[in-house]
Design a protein around this ligand. Sequence first.
Ligand code: NAD
Length: 372
Amino acid sequence: MCHQPTASKNMSSQTTNATSVFSQLNVFGHKKVVYCNDEATGLKAIIAIHDTTLGPALGGTRMWPYKTEQDALKDVLRLSRSMTYKAAITGLNLGGGSAVIIGDSRRDKTEALLRMYGKFIKNLNGEFITAEDLGTNTRDMEYIRMETQHVTGIPESIGGSGDPTPVAARGVYMGIKGCLKELYGNDNLAGKSVAVQGTGHVGENLVKLLRDENAKVYISDIDEERLGRVAKKYGAQAVAHNSIFDLDVDIYAPCALGATINTETISKLKCSIIAGSANNQLEDEQIHGSLLLEKGILYAPDYVISAGGLINCYSEIAGFSKKRTMHLTENIYDAIRNVLKLSKAENISTIEAANKIAEKRIADIKKIKTSY
Ligand code: NAD
């Protein structure tokens, strides 16, 4: 679930003028922000709970050396809000939350700091459940687990759901198929060309699924050794990482960093579908969502297509079998198709359509129950 923190343009522009923490919470209707401070362990963390209409807020804990506390707050507010939307559109009974620990994960992370952080989560009595993110890993989740049960993404060996990346990749694969169905009337991948940017945990699993169905796959990665290994293993064609946007392919699958879809890359892209796992793919939701609509490129909104990791966490809490987890993940096919249909019917960008669907589910469920 990791990517470098980049404040979304929409969020940052709307929070720049906000003068207090309360006014920043009002921008997107955040419910609660908890500042965790412990001098003895050096813990400085912020937990943001955006919405709990659908269930307890679930989201990753990111550890990053933010330059300012304001940067950390912006990141956690943006991340927690997107978790609300991701859970809502995926049909999960989860709210949206997130946390950031201010510090360098290679230098400042200790067992004591993580366990103290776990105590703060415990004090929230289940309103917030966490998982790993950039700068944290399954080992860290084990430390947090020593203080609170409200943590997921722990190793299979101690009763967790284990590696979420095959599930995340399966979701992306189903999302790609949903896009193909909308565009061509069938979801066959055989003979289609796909450019996968990033052959890390999710990317490699995706390449395998695509090659199993005889898609022509181009791959790029800044890690040359990894690139060569994945190309050889699955019969994919390696390309230089700076030439990925020049390829004449049917599908571009961003599986590396965020913000790769911007004015410059959109002018180069020749694909008819963008569908990948990376978080925050659009540099600016409104501007680039609309540009893609104008250009006739189907964009599978990142938070919809990349929900496999969250589904994996949800299954861990709910005690679902692997089979049920995969079944839930396959629903991403229909979720994407619903988004594309609404976008077409109302001539709005796919990200706008996804937001509408997510907001409608939250509003509908609000009618039948009070907050968690
Ligand atoms: P990862 O770190 O394992 O892989 C990322 C890969 O991208 C690495 O191999 C890296 O070398 C490569 N890369 C970095 N910059 C690049 C560039 N400019 N061009 C080409 N390759 C580049 O990460 P991951 O777990 O596979 O996740 C990939 C993306 O999917 C991230 O944005 C992540 O937030 C998102 N995501 C992950 C999960 C999950 O379960 N891991 C779930 C949902 C979304």
